[in-house]
Design a protein around this ligand. Sequence first.
Ligand SMILES: Cc1cc2nc3c(=O)[nH]c(=O)nc-3n(C[C@H](O)[C@H](O)[C@H](O)COP(=O)(O)OP(=O)(O)OC[C@H]3O[C@@H](n4cnc5c(N)ncnc54)[C@H](O)[C@@H]3O)c2cc1C
Ligand code: SF4
Length: 507
Amino acid sequence: MQKPTLRLILGDQLNHQHSWYQQKDQNIFYVLMEIRQETNYVNHHIQKIIAFFTAMRAFAEDLRTQGHRVIYLKLDDEKNTQSLTNNLDNLIQELDIEIFEYQQPDEYRLSEQLKDFAQKSGCDTEHFMISPTDFSDFFKGKKTFLMENFYRMMRKKYGILMDGSEPLTGQWNYDADNRKKLPNNHRPIEPITFDKDVSQIYNLVQKQEIKTIGRINPKAFIWATTRTESLALLDFFVENCLENFGTYEDAMHPSYWSIYHSRLSFSMNVKLISPLEIIEKSVKFWEENQDKISISQIEGFARQIIGWREYMRGIYWTKMPDYENLNYFNHERKLPNWFWNGQTKMNCLKHSVGQSLDFAYAHHIQRLMIIGNFSLLAGIHPDQVDEWYLGVYIDAIQWVEITNTRGMSQYADGGIVGSKPYVASANYIDKMSHYCGTCFYDKSKKTGFKACPFNSLYWDFYDRHADKLSKNPRIGMAYVTWNKMQPSQKAEILKQAEIYLNDIENL
Ligand SMILES: Cc1cc2nc3c(=O)[nH]c(=O)nc-3n(C[C@H](O)[C@H](O)[C@H](O)COP(=O)(O)OP(=O)(O)OC[C@H]3O[C@@H](n4cnc5c(N)ncnc54)[C@H](O)[C@@H]3O)c2cc1C
Ligand code: SF4
């Protein structure tokens, strides 16, 4: 029998397959806690808090059913001090604990807090496919952190879609075949939802007066919060969405909020399901259904999970804590208030922000090329952008939120994650979406009445940051076009941008 041991399980460490649970020992106490320290470090979407607490409660119940000893501190438990370390101190005293163990947190903030508390590092969460040390070894001595090289290494390392050391079909990247707009008469599949009554937890959060954002129907909560539901979500994805995943991964539409996306990010980020099992299942399904699923679909999906997701985590651990203060363009503007209610005349933003508030979800291109693009063009302070993204999305945990937001989308890291800023005018948005057709603004106008704000803000951004961007070989063409414009036209565009930025609350 082990000495009395306390093992901490954080809200995003719900890994049923962790080796901890292979051993059953009545001297090992597992603790999970709902604490204000976590509900309050940022203003979260109500669905995000409910998803975490629902998943944690189900996980605790499952461990108990398997015969483990579990302590679960609910938000309103009278013993709950609402602080992680104070609760741990009390439990250690109360239960005469001799050994304290924890799994390495994914967030820098919690990692530091627990390192101070325990005076040692935590054990592995047994979830990710590459360790932070192996990640930095891979990039040691290299000038840039090129995702494509990392992704190819991961494909080789795990033998995913490989024929020996070569890609299965002779080609690593199918991006060129993907990324199409939804055809006009195309109706994507209705997403599977789980429609659970979460009123009890919802009422608790309300009663405790936790400040939240966004909307919820607590009688029919849509998200997967158990392993069984997460596996059902994965089955639904491979059977119904994979065949169109790559083709429409960048498409946007005002009537469809998830198109063919998997919506597995929450389940994966809280570790109810592992990236490797998702990839193995998807690849197997593709192998058995090659008559209807092309290689470009499965390659596109694998790239997101074994490529981007693992890459972002590696960048986070290589670059924190400095990363969270980077502001390459010295942007200072405040986020407009309509980010919290979706009330803007810009149709693309109305729908992308609106669905983020309705579902705590937007897909990658809505996050990057609509909301992030606008924030960058408008020169919003990256702290404000980060805070909004970290709060609003169901899957937002700092390691994957900040690298995507501050890095990929705001280029506030000066080019660690991306080789150029992701900015675009209405031309791109119209090419990939059905937003512009019914917009108040005119996508084809740069200046004047109803001119699309993206058009003038786009040139204003390049003009403002010419000192930092004009020498970037990947952007050169934009400056050639800008410099060819007549000075009077340039002045008109910059004036239009100024008018819009001064009236940002009413756009
Ligand atoms: C500004 C911005 C902020 C983001 N914030 C988050 C965040 O807080 N949490 C989060 O999990 N993802 C974040 N992403 C990445 C991506 O948008 C989401 O993972 C994805 O939209 C989740 O939906 P899905 O599960 O339907 O994804 P799918 O489109 O079905 O993709 C499958 C999986 O690939 C992974 N993935 C895809 N792209 C990325 C990426 N760029 N980085 C990491 N993983 C990726 C996710 O795990 C996702 O579940 C952000 C992207 C941007 C541009
Ligand atoms: S016209 Fe401009 S603001 Fe309107 S939807 Fe298109 S890109 Fe967005």
